[in-house]
Design a protein. Structure first.
Length: 354
C-alpha cells in the first residue's frame, strides 16, 4: 500500500509540473513613436526640471453693469452712452475673476513670455445679456437685460520677480490661446526656469498614448498621468484626455514621450473642462453683519449665485501644431513690443513644422 501511494504521488507531481520559459524583456521598444506604456525608467528628475517653468496666473476684472426692464424693450441699437443712466433700472459693480496655468516659454534679460489659455486673461470690454423669449425660454430675445462695461483689469503671474503689469501680446479666441509678456524691473542674477523641451506632433498621437498633465487646479500645482482619447478629433489634430483635475487646469501642458525618458515633447495645452452652470441661493455678501447663525432662519437679502460645476474626466486639448502656428504668426508683433524672440522660436520636435 505504501509503495502504491508513492507511485501515485510521483505521477501527480509529474503531471502538474510545466516547464517555464524565460521572461521576455518588455521594457519598451524604440520605434520612434509616442509611448503608450507606463514608463519603467525614472521620470521624476526630468519632470522636476519642467515643473518650475509653470506658474499660476490670475486675472481680475471689474465691471459696471446697467440693468434694464423688459417693459422698456431696450435693444443694442438703442444703447446710447449719453442717456444709458436714465434708461437703466439699476446700476451695480461686479467682479469677474479667473485663474489658470501659464508656462514660461522664453526668458531673455528682463523679458519673460508665457503661454496660457485666452479665456483666463482676456475679458471683453463690454458684455451684453438678453431677456429670454417668452415662448422659447432657452433662446435670447432682442431686448437687453444688462449692459456691462469693464472699468478695470489686472493680470498677475504668481511667484515672478518684481515686474511691470503683465500684458497680453497675442491671443487666439477660436483656439483659446494667449501669449502674455512680463518685463522685470531688473535683470535677475540667475536664469529663471524656462520650458526647454520641444513642441511635438499631436497628429501622431494614438488611442491610449501615455501623457502627463501639469497644471494648477484649484490653485494647487499638480501632476497627473493619463492616456489620450479621440486623437485627431478634427483637422487641427486636437484631442481629449481623461483626468480628475478641475477648474484651474486650463493652460496646463500635456507631455508625451518618444521611446521613454528623457524624450519629452509638448503635444498639447489643456483649454477647457466639460462643465455645467449651477445656480444657487446665497446671502448678501456685503452685509454689515458678516456672521450668519445657521441655527436660525435667515432674514436678510437673498441673491442668486452662479458657478461652473465640472464633469470630472473630460478635458479638451489644443494640439501642439496649432500652438506653434499661433506663436509663429505673432512673432513680429511680439518683437514690436520689445521681446527679442529668435527666428527659430519655438523649437519643434519635427523640422517639418518649421
Amino acid at each position: 500500500m505504501l509503495k502504491f501511494s508513492i507511485v501515485l504521488l510521483a505521477l501527480l507531481f509529474s503531471c502538474s509540473y510545466q516547464a517555464r520559459k524565460p521572461a521576455e524583456d518588455i521594457r519598451f521598444v524604440k520605434d520612434g513613436e509616442y509611448d503608450s506604456e507606463f514608463p519603467v525608467l525614472n521620470t521624476s528628475k526630468y519632470l522636476e526640471q519642467i515643473i518650475p517653468s509653470l506658474k499660476l496666473i490670475s486675472s481680475l476684472s471689474f465691471y459696471k453693469a446697467y440693468q434694464f426692464s423688459l417693459e422698456d424693450s431696450v435693444t443694442k441699437e438703442q444703447l446710447d452712452p449719453q442717456n444709458i443712466k436714465q434708461k437703466a433700472l439699476a446700476e451695480y459693480i461686479y467682479e469677474r475673476p479667473s485663474t489658470g496655468t501659464a508656462t514660461t516659454i522664453f526668458h531673455r534679460k528682463k523679458e519673460l513670455l508665457f503661454l496660457t489659455s485666452n479665456h483666463i486673461v482676456y475679458h471683453p470690454d463690454t458684455v451684453l445679456s438678453y431677456y429670454a423669449l417668452e415662448n422659447r425660454p432657452s433662446e435670447p430675445s432682442r431686448y437687453i437685460h444688462t449692459f456691462s462695461v469693464k472699468i478695470k483689469q489686472t493680470i498677475n503671474v504668481i511667484s515672478v520677480p518684481r515686474s511691470a503689469q503683465p500684458v497680453i501680446l497675442a491671443r487666439d479666441t477660436e483656439n483659446d490661446l494667449a501669449l502674455v509678456g512680463v518685463k522685470l524691473h531688473k535683470i535677475p542674477k540667475t536664469d529663471l526656469p524656462v520650458f526647454k523641451y520641444p513642441f511635438g506632433r499631436a497628429s501622431e498621437l494614438h488611442w491610449g498614448t501615455f501623457v502627463y498633465l501639469i497644471g494648477f487646479p484649484q490653485g494647487k500645482l499638480l501632476l497627473a498621468s493619463t492616456v489620450v482619447s479621440e486623437p485627431n478629433r478634427d483637422d487641427a489634430h486636437n484631442f481629449l484626455i481623461n483626468t480628475t483635475m478641475n477648474q484651474g487646469v486650463s493652460g496646463g501642458i500635456i507631455l508625451a514621450m518618444r521611446d521613454g525618458p528623457p524624450n519629452f515633447e509638448l503635444v498639447g495645452l489643456a483649454t477647457a473642462l466639460s462643465a455645467q452652470s449651477q445656480y444657487f441661493l446665497r446671502p448678501d455678501l456685503k452685509s454689515k453683519d458678516p456672521f450668519i447663525d445657521l441655527r436660525r432662519p435667515y432674514k436678510g437679502e437673498i441673491y442668486i449665485g452662479q458657478r461652473l460645476g465640472s464633469n470630472p474626466g473630460i478635458i479638451f486639448a489644443i494640439s501642439a501644431e496649432m500652438i506653434v502656428r499661433f506663436i509663429r504668426r505673432n512673432i513680429a508683433e511680439i518683437r514690436d513690443n520689445g521681446y527679442e524672440i529668435p527666428d527659430s522660436f519655438p523649437s519643434p520636435a519635427d523640422p517639418a513644422l518649421d
